[in-house]
Design a protein around this ligand. Structure first.
Ligand SMILES: NC(=O)c1ccc[n+]([C@@H]2O[C@H](COP(=O)([O-])OP(=O)(O)OC[C@H]3O[C@@H](n4cnc5c(N)ncnc54)[C@H](O)[C@@H]3O)[C@@H](O)[C@H]2O)c1
Ligand SMILES: [Zn+2]
Length: 360
């Protein structure tokens, strides 16, 4: 952890109450300035904690705070009722007070889990997000959705609980496994497609984990700004927030069909190419060349061996199906998402067959 060379970029999220996402290099060294609570519970996972929890705790203690660090096993399995119960029990045993703050230090798993702990412990304590994966920086840490999985499905339990601040330190990305960096890139590019063409230029200009920090900071801050604008316009997910599902209708179906062996970002990559094919058939701008560039960069896992029928069934069962009609987010062009609910099964199947050809 190096001290910040320049002031972090500040991206405001205009929900009530509003908060800032600070994106910088070395941001975590300044944690005490942004997390004012006297008692702080750092919640992290066993990949992230050994690298980053001690310096964060030291920075807080140097400012006179009392800190405990709670570490869960890495991976989606920690978003469980069991882990959640253990964490609440440990906080209660430590007599963690109502005016204490929970600091989520990790990827989206830690963010969702710690967020729900903060939302529910003593009916709610202050939450701070310190995302360490690219996906958590550009997506999971912003927007206030927290939650857990049940054996019956992902994210079935949860609450909206906004953080007081989000501290994204791009220095942490250096230790992120490359495949995880790719998952986050997909959401970053999705934000570019929805609302910021400069992000698409950043991707084309040799996007990599090894970029100089200022370029990572710029891209992460831009991507966060897109999500922040959508979330602020639609805090409880009634309208425009649906645009964030670009690429996710087929993506979720592929994740389900692969029994969650296909990573999320890779499934969404297929979904983005698919949405581009559907859009092209409707006479919208042809974004397939760009999305195939993304595809070649991500190198997603092979498609699960399922037919269109099975995927169609998964898609119509997805929770995003409103009133029975399958809703797709398509792009008329970069920056112009539209919700389309009149795609026929025939249209969807034709595009699926086309997808099989273009990714072969
Ligand atoms: N709340 C939301 O709005 C929202 C949005 C999108 C996704 N999510 C959730 O986020 C989760 C996925 O997030 P994720 O992709 O970050 O997964 P993750 O938290 O499992 O992190 C991915 C892997 O990278 C490791 N890791 C994280 N940061 C690291 C670092 N700096 N150095 C080394 N290793 C590091 C983690 O230990 C883990 O093994 C899912 O549970 C998903 O449901 C939530
Ligand atoms: Zn996603």
């Amino acid at each position: 952890m190096t001290a910040g060379r320049t002031a972090p970029r500040r991206v405001p999220v205009e929900v009530s109450p509003p908060y800032d996402v600070l994106v910088g290099e070395g941001t975590l060294a300044h944690v005490a300035e942004h997390v004012p609570a006297q008692r702080v519970a750092i919640l992290s996972d066993a990949n992230v904690a050994p690298r980053y929890a001690a310096p964060v705790a030291a920075a807080l203690r140097a400012a006179g705070r009392e800190v405990e660090t709670l570490v869960v096993p890495p991976g989606e399995a920690s978003k469980s009722l069991t882990t959640y119960g253990d964490l609440l029990t440990r906080l209660a045993e430590a007599r963690f007070p109502r005016d204490g703050a929970v600091l989520a230090l990790g990827g989206g798993v830690v963010g969702d889990l710690a967020g729900f702990v903060a939302a529910s412990y003593m009916r709610g304590v202050a939450l701070y997000q310190a995302p360490t994966s690219l996906l958590a920086m550009v997506d999971a840490s912003v927007g206030g959705k927290t939650g857990l999985d049940l054996p019956q499905g992902k994210n079935l339990v949860g609450a909206f609980w906004q953080p007081r601040a989000v501290l994204a330190d791009v220095a942490a990305l250096a230790s992120l496994p490359p495949r995880e960096f790719r998952q986050g890139t997909v959401e970053l590019v999705k934000h570019g497609l929805l609302a910021d063409p400069v992000l698409l230029d950043a991707f084309r200009a040799g996007w990599s984990q090894q970029l100089p920090a200022e370029r990572l900071v710029d891209a992460v801050a831009r991507s966060v700004a897109v999500k922040a604008r959508v979330v602020a316009a639609d805090e409880r997910e009634a309208g425009p927030r649906a645009h964030l599902n670009l690429g996710h209708t087929l993506g979720h179906a592929l994740e389900t069909a692969s029994a969650h062996r296909m990573p999320h970002g890779e499934a969404v990559t297929y979904g983005l190419v698919y949405a581009a094919l559907l859009a092209r058939r409707r006479g919208y701008a042809d974004l397939t060349p760009f999305l195939l560039e993304l595809f070649d960069w991500v190198v997603p896992a092979p498609l699960p061996l399922v037919g269109f029928e099975a995927l169609y069934a998964h898609m119509t069962r997805d929770k995003k199906v409103a009133g029975g009609a399958l809703r797709f987010v398509l792009l008329e062009d970069v920056g112009r998402p539209v919700l389309v609910d009149d795609l026929t099964p025939q249209e969807l199947e034709r595009a699926w067959n086309e997808l099989l050809k273009v990714v072969a």
